[in-house]
Unconditional design. Sequence first.
Length: 181
Amino acid sequence: MSLRSPQFEWTSTGELTFQIEVRMDYGERKNWKDTKTARLEKKLSSILAGLSSASVSIKALREKEEAREREWAEDERRRLERARNSETQRRLRSNLVKHTERWERAERLRAFIKGVENRLKSTPLVDQEMAQVWIDWARKQADLLDPLQENLALITTLDVQLESWFSGSHYGQVEKGWWPE
């Protein structure tokens, strides 16, 4: 079995063909060739007229394609803007819920600590000094959890930085929030 590529020998048919190999409007002539009644040289005026018509057709198709691309780009820009706005709202809402949950937990801890303090007042058997150490520690833990004890600018900011690669496409399941979408 030979690994050489096949060899071809081109032989002339004696017929000359002129062909435009560019996409044009349907119905535009793209081919001229020798025929029994007329040689290609006799069709030069027809070829020149065809080239002129082809150039108009090619330009019109190019303009249509460019207009379609501009329209698609504008549609894509608007879609991405809507997706970015939607993602910004989603993240802001997520942060709001997260801070609310942290604050609620801190308030629950404070209520519990207050309950322990009230109970300690009616229980003489517990060492008040030892209990106060625990109460101080527990209050610090609640303060660490409470977002209102932090920089409020971090909580109240509406500035959300989306990743540069953000495309608005979600490939996973988006968690259900409190707000209807």
